[in-house]
Design a binder for this molecule. Structure first.
Ligand code: WTA
Length: 655
């Protein structure tokens, strides 16, 4: 986090209350009501979740047991039978919502489409039948590599309907990254599009799929292609099929498969501090409940709302808060293919005005870039339909929070700053907007049923306003169940940083935080080797591996440098193979190489060539020192463990 952000967060004392009107109409109406819910959930979490599961979802068969906790492995709603696509679609068809807009899509060069619940149901059933015809069965995995078009949501729901797990890969990832994920997930089918629109250009998605499959991904048998951009693409006979061709004339009758609560719903890959990205596994029943109830209470969904989350379906935010949470609640969810850019700086405000968006959920980085573009863009649009705002993905600095509150929210909309992770499945720490007064820069309080705390590494709870590690002491329904194919990694990564005591396991989130005297959480950012660039999560080691796979690079160390706009920027320290010499061209080439290996989100902002990397006597790269150096801080102190002090002088000269 930039130093200026840390300072302003530490000094923040303002408190903002929701209006009486907002609270009166909200699902959770007061701080007392929140506190009662919280206390009740803490006293008996299983009863709390069990009652909600019964009330909020439709089950084919009720569970025998709410929770089976064999730490760190949890089973929720044991032996319950349920289907999330049924809860997102079928159950609304017998109500007035049948012809309500489920999905409003605003596409990129000017097209749009609205699907009612009945229409979405029909498309999902048809596509589910297409998948079946291609031999996709319950328990198989399907890769989805798509632009932000309705077919992405349709494909996800169709997989869920027949019990195939989807693994969505963000369309900005490279062919190489896609390939790794398809191999790890053993995908049988890939669903993609010829291309997608991204900032006035075409992302050649199908071409990337071809590249990813070129060296052979043995499990992939079929590729389904949506026609979106219309450019020429190669279609491999026997393997590749146009979506429209297969969808045409297929039966729209496809009953939802009764799934076990613990059947896998999806795998989503995310970066950690070590090794390759991890396949985070989420299962059916618990995830359905958790995404449903967090959407309902945190976004205070009412039937008249038009809800818009600007994330991409390639991230967990898109899974839980564009697709599953809103649809399970019978809401109208907006999906937008575009992104703000110089040629269209007001595009978000156009969408809000066009559809009368009432709830708007975006990332702090986007807000900071809007501040930079100038408030005349939002001021030129009528944003009076908005009644609630949200943020996600990174800490928000109080200045950006205040701008969001005043310029976008007209000082009438509460802001929910929502802390959570791919692993948690849904939001964990947040205001409930009608109940919990907000403080700019604080995610405020844990969601009912989330027993969180700030701890040291021995598991002791630290005092008010002391820094520590954000942790969760009890399982929750939306939690990840394992790392795909590597349960041991799951245990090590999340449940053993804080040593289990007397059989009590604590979830280690990897974030630093402090809790103030009012019990409000202030998340300070990652404490591990994960970098958060513009709300996107990247592992330093992934980027380092990408760099050393280039012939010029001998060794690489990647760190995050505070950035006022993006939160952090990637700085790579690189030593070269002796046959190469440092140059601006080589730096450019290395950046391009990383983009090719991972994707544009991982492009280093800076490459610093150096003769050697600072190491301890035992040979470990001193990352903290590099971080401080990248941030332009004084590094003369605390170098006693450095093996060769000359390295430091050279690094300083290089800078
Ligand atoms: C960070 C995104 C501060 C945090 C949903 C976390 C946040 C990581 C917030 C997860 C927030 C997310 N305030 N930090 N409101 N929300 N983070 O898996 O470091 O892409 O560990 O999930 O984003 O990123 P992920």
């Amino acid at each position: 986090m930039p130093q200026s952000t840390i300072e302003s967060i530490l000094q923040e004392k303002r408190l903002f209350h929701p209006s009486a009107e907002f609270s009166q109409n909200a699902h959770i109406k007061s701080l007392e009501e929140y506190q009662q819910l919280y206390d009740r959930a803490q006293a008996d979490p299983q009863q709390f979740w069990g009652e909600l599961a019964e009330k909020e979802l439709d089950w084919f068969q009720k569970w025998d047991q709410v929770l089976d906790w064999q730490p760190p492995f949890a089973k929720w709603f044991v032996n319950g039978k349920i289907n999330i696509s049924y809860n997102c679609l079928d159950r609304h068809l017998t109500t007035w919502r049948k012809n309500k807009a489920a999905l409003i899509w605003e596409g990129e060069p000017g097209d749009s489409r609205t699907l009612t619940y009945a229409q979405l149901h029909r498309e999902v059933c048809q596509f589910a039948n297409v998948l079946k015809q291609l031999g996709v069965e319950k328990g198989d995995r399907v890769g989805i590599y798509m632009p932000m078009i309705p077919e992405a949501a349709i494909a996800m729901l169709a997989c869920a309907r027949i019990g195939a797990a989807h693994t969505v890969v963000f369309g900005g990832f490279s062919a190489e990254a896609l390939r790794d994920r398809l191999i790890d997930g053993q995908a049988k089918v890939v669903v993609t599009a010829d291309g997608g629109w991204r900032k006035d250009a075409i992302v050649p998605l199908k071409e990337q799929v071809d590249k990813a499959l070129a060296e052979g991904v043995p499990t992939v048998q079929n590729v389904l292609v949506v026609k979106r951009t219309g450019q020429q693409i190669h279609m491999e006979p026997g393997r590749d099929h146009w979506w429209d061709d297969l969808q045409k004339g297929v039966s729209a009758n496809c009953p939802a498969e009764p799934m076990d609560s613990e059947d896998m719903l999806f795998i989503l890959y995310t970066s950690g501090s070590t090794g390759k990205p991890k396949g985070v596994v989420h299962t059916t029943g618990g995830y359905n409940l958790y995404s449903h109830i967090t959407t309902k209470w945190i976004f205070d969904l009412q039937d008249t709302d038009v809800y818009w989350c600007t994330a991409d379906v390639g991230w967990i935010t898109g899974h839980s808060y564009i697709v599953y949470g809103p649809l399970s609640n019978g809401a109208t969810t907006v999906m937008y293919e575009g992104a703000p850019r110089n040629s269209n700086p007001g595009c978000f405000w156009d969408v809000i005005e066009k559809y009368g968006v009432t709830i708007f959920y975006t990332a702090p980085t986007a807000i900071r870039s809007f501040i930079k573009m100038g408030e005349h863009f939002p001021k030129a649009r009528n944003l009076s339909s908005l009644r609630l705002l949200g943020t996600v993905g990174e800490p928000i600095n109080p200045e950006a929070w205040m701008w969001y509150y005043k310029v976008i929210g007209g000082e009438r909309c509460p802001i929910v700053d929502t802390w959570w992770q791919t692993e948690t499945g849904g939001i964990m720490i947040t205001a409930l907007p009608g109940a919990i007064p907000t403080k700019p820069g604080s995610a405020t309080r844990p969601f009912p049923g989330i027993i969180a705390d700030v701890m040291d590494l021995d598991g002791n709870i630290v005092g008010d306003n002391e820094g520590g590690y954000l942790s969760v002491k009890y399982p929750w329904p939306g939690m990840m169940r394992t790392v795909y194919g590597d349960p041991d990694r799951f245990r090590r990564t999340y449940w053993e940083h804080i040593p289990p005591k007397d059989g009590n396991y604590t979830y280690f989130a990897g974030d630093g935080a402090r809790k103030d005297e009012d019990g409000y959480y202030w998340v300070m950012g990652r404490v591990d080797d994960v970098i958060n660039v513009a709300g996107h999560r990247l592992g330093t080691m992934e980027i380092e591996s990408a760099l050393v796979s280039h012939p010029a690079v001998a060794e690489a160390a990647v760190v995050g440098k505070p950035d006022e706009l993006k939160g952090e920027e990637i700085v790579a320290f690189v030593t070269l193979d002796s046959t190469f010499t440092a140059s601006d061209e080589l730096a450019k080439e290395l950046k391009k190489h990383v983009v090719g290996e991972i994707g544009a989100i991982a492009r280093p902002g800076e490459i610093r060539f150096t003769e050697a990397l600072p190491k301890t006597r035992s040979g470990k790269i001193m990352r903290r020192l590099l971080r401080n150096l990248a941030a332009g801080q004084d590094v003369s102190g605390d170098t006693s463990t450095l093996e060769d002090r000359g390295v430091l002088d050279k690094l300083r000269e290089g800078a």
